[in-house]
Write a protein that binds this ligand. Sequence first.
Ligand SMILES: NC(=O)c1ccc[n+]([C@@H]2O[C@H](COP(=O)([O-])OP(=O)(O)OC[C@H]3O[C@@H](n4cnc5c(N)ncnc54)[C@H](OP(=O)(O)O)[C@@H]3O)[C@@H](O)[C@H]2O)c1
Ligand SMILES: *[C@@H]1O[C@H](CO)[C@@H](O)[C@H](O)[C@H]1NC(C)=O
Ligand SMILES: *[C@@H]1O[C@H](CO)[C@@H](O)[C@H](O)[C@H]1NC(C)=O
Ligand SMILES: *[C@@H]1O[C@H](CO)[C@@H](O)[C@H](O)[C@H]1NC(C)=O
Length: 318
Amino acid sequence: MSCFLICGALFVAAAYVYHEIIVKGKRCTSNVKLHGKTAIVTGSNTGIGKRTAVDLARRGARVIMACRSRERGEAAVSDVKKESGSSNVVFMPLDLSSLKSVRDFAENFLKSEPRLDLLINNAGVYSDGRTEDGFGMMFGVNHLGHFLLTNLLLPPLKESAPSRVINVSSAAHNVGLIDFDCLNKHRTLRLGSTTSDLVKIYAASKLCNVLFTHELHKRLQGTNVTCFSLHPGAINTEFDRNFPLSILIIFGLVRWFFFKTPEQGCQTTLHCALQPGLEPLSGRYFSNCTVRNVYAKARDDATAKKLWELSERMCGLQ
Ligand SMILES: NC(=O)c1ccc[n+]([C@@H]2O[C@H](COP(=O)([O-])OP(=O)(O)OC[C@H]3O[C@@H](n4cnc5c(N)ncnc54)[C@H](OP(=O)(O)O)[C@@H]3O)[C@@H](O)[C@H]2O)c1
Ligand SMILES: *[C@@H]1O[C@H](CO)[C@@H](O)[C@H](O)[C@H]1NC(C)=O
Ligand SMILES: *[C@@H]1O[C@H](CO)[C@@H](O)[C@H](O)[C@H]1NC(C)=O
Ligand SMILES: *[C@@H]1O[C@H](CO)[C@@H](O)[C@H](O)[C@H]1NC(C)=O
């Protein structure tokens, strides 16, 4: 009996320590203030994007919440204002599944905002389907929409330098593969819509983010605009809204214990955005607020360049 109690107590203590240290992870320790600075956070009406917006607003930044739904976006703006105590938070419509919407957003932004210090490419989807322009949904939103957005916003980023671009990628990029034949022929990363296909497409779209950061860094040499990609951790958000029920049930059991809260989940984004002195690490990939090495495929110069040029053609930048 007493052994049972002791073992039970040890187990609870171990679980507590595991949760406090491993699950919660490192926190952004920067106390940088952002008065007079402007930040865009895409997909910030929920999840880690919303927590990121609250933190940046608390530090005094003007925060542009770039979301696809006016209703959800405006509701989130009022929550972020309340939680941060700042009134310098605005909604601007941006649907990354439409290249026209990306162009309209950029035009709108360039017309009304004099500077841009932080661009946080946070929005992401896990879902089947096609974008307005006929691209695979995950390729279109997770990669191509952000590609165009970043390119259109480079002028104010350069003028406001030192400035940073942050790409919220995922550890899933490790299992991603980019099939250029499929991209050229079918404008998507992979055909098929089984769970296994979708996971592979998601992983490939996140590999695109890491490769882009690699290529963007080269193209930004000498500008004082730096860029970072990252894995935020496994986080309890709405991200699994399109997962099959069977997976959700298994997920439900583990996520309350093994997953971070959105507030814990935005720490690596904040670290990349705010930590002073990160400039020499531009182009690199982070997780748990720490720079990481990536596999060769995620820093391959030729693949990164090929993807960049294909993306330019796909969104009519050439
Ligand atoms: N959660 C995790 O464990 C995890 C792990 C690794 C990486 N990530 C990455 O973290 C990022 C944030 O995810 P999250 O977990 O916070 O997910 P989330 O709660 O689902 O939030 C995703 C955000 O992206 C927005 N979005 C989706 N499609 C869009 C579009 N076409 N145009 C504009 N915005 C769009 C969503 O807007 P709506 O609400 O309107 O749909 C929402 O605001 C994603 O890039 C994801 O890949 C998450
Ligand atoms: C994150 O970093 C902290 C502090 O270095 C460490 O204790 C923890 O194990 C790390 N978590 C993960 C998931 O790597
Ligand atoms: C972020 O990813 C997008 C799409 O993959 C890419 O166009 C952009 O250059 C990337 N930016 C950074 C900082 O990695
Ligand atoms: C970049 O920053 C350095 C150090 O602050 C400065 O000397 C240099 O002129 C800047 N370069 C550009 C292109 O702004």
